[in-house]
Design a protein around this ligand. Structure first.
Ligand SMILES: *Cc1c(COP(=O)(O)O)cnc(C)c1O
Length: 379
């Protein structure tokens, strides 16, 4: 059988191994070192947010921001229902409760009308959420101007979950810009990877300084390590940062290729009955981290699970759209605002293989299998 085609595997640019070798030669194998500093500086310059700290994961980054905001038991934090759990699990790490908001059909991101209504109600109840964490789903930026406009009167900080959106733009600004804090992921399947890692970026120098301190066990500057509070072991290693530096160099190329792959799928599958593609909002340039289709089983003649299994039978990985958080057993009982739209996207949505190293032959194979599942094309 042909080699497995993965959903979005790592794709090295070539400089990574050289940079890792350089890190080895310097013997900065220990957590911090010059690669880490250079990675943070390069990243800050790329996203246009002045202060950055590289961490073990994006989930850790969000945890540190919530901790610094003083979020705790009895507090509420609003998140997107249609997201990956790492976006909101940190809310539970600090003992607070998540409130889950549905997405809208035009962007698949948090429905900002629902958010505005919820904040009005919260203000009337006299209990505002401590933060709002919108996800830039599948690499499409949230309408940042609008969400800031909604949250500003209540002075609620926005934490931009740009884990999937590095390289995407909103009105010419990089994903995450404008939020109080922004978090990014370098997990293995993201648009660039350090084999695992994350970044916290903010305009607030003090937030990033505190996050850096908390991420290395909150050590006071004393030779014996004095501790006045509890920290975490959340720092990215100098070796992983070397991979990140190499990956940053090819990030723009990766975005171009991801968008090309999306266009190839659209050309080949867009004319099939019952197939729709994830929309792109006019004010954004998505990075198309994953190409996502919606399957209308009545029109297409097969459902998204039929497609997924047909691909799997040919050793090709695809995946349903994220199962919404309000449907996850672990969040049973969490307050949910709406939810029908994300549920429908989950039931009908399929993420297609979107690795930037996919060849034309691979794409042909995938599209042929999908077309073969549509009875009206076959006939
Ligand atoms: C991948 C992802 C995360 C978590 O990133 P890690 O680096 O694995 O912690 C958070 N939010 C979203 C939307 C993600 O896709």
């Amino acid at each position: 059988m042909a080699d497995r085609i993965f959903l979005s595997p790592p794709h090295m640019g070539g400089d990574e191994a050289v940079l890792v070798q350089e890190a080895f030669a310097s013997n900065y194998i220990a957590p911090v070192g010059p690669m880490l500093t250079a990675f943070e500086e390069g990243f800050a310059a790329y996203v246009g947010i002045p202060h950055c700290v590289a961490l073990a994961s994006c989930t850790a980054a969000t945890h540190l921001v919530l901790r610094e905001l003083g979020v705790g038991p009895g507090d509420e934090v609003i998140g997107s229902s249609l997201t990956f759990i790492g976006s909101i699990s940190p809310v539970t790490f600090v003992g607070a409760r998540v409130v889950l908001i549905d997405c809208d059909r035009s962007s698949w991101n948090m429905d900002l009308d629902l958010l505005a209504e919820e904040l009005e109600r919260a203000a009337r109840r006299g209990k505002l959420p401590k933060a709002v964490i919108p996800t830039d789903l599948y690499g499409q930026c949230i309408d940042m101007d609008r969400i800031l406009e909604i949250c500003a009167p209540y002075e609620i900080p926005v934490i931009s979950d740009a884990a999937e959106a590095l390289g995407a733009c909103y009105k010419g600004r990089h994903a995450g810009q404008g939020a109080y804090a922004s978090v990014y992921s370098f997990n293995g399947n993201k648009i660039i990877t350090t084999s695992g890692g994350g970044m916290l970026a903010s305009e607030d120098a003090e937030l990033v300084r505190r996050a850096r301190y908390l991420s290395t066990q909150a050590r006071q500057p004393a030779p014996h390590y004095e501790h006045t509070e509890i920290g975490y072991n959340y720092r990215l290693s100098n070796i992983c940062a070397a991979i990140g530096r190499g990956q940053l160099r090819v990030l723009d190329e990766r975005v171009t290729r991801k968008r090309e792959i999306f266009e190839i799928y659209r050309e080949r599958l867009g004319n099939l009955p019952g197939i729709q593609f994830m929309p792109e909002s006019p004010s954004t340039r998505a990075n198309r981290w994953l190409t996502v289709i919606l399957v209308d089983p009545a029109a297409f003649g097969a459902n998204r699970e039929d497609l997924r299994l047909a691909l799997e039978a040919e050793n090709i990985e695809s995946r349903p759209v994220w199962k919404p958080m309000h449907l996850q057993p672990v969040f049973h009982g969490a307050r949910a605002i709406g939810g029908a739209v994300s549920q429908e996207l989950f039931e009908r949505g399929l993420c297609l293989p979107s690795g930037t190293a996919l060849t034309t032959v691979d794409l042909d194979r995938i599209c042929t299998i999908i077309r073969s599942q549509c009875p009206s094309v076959v006939a």
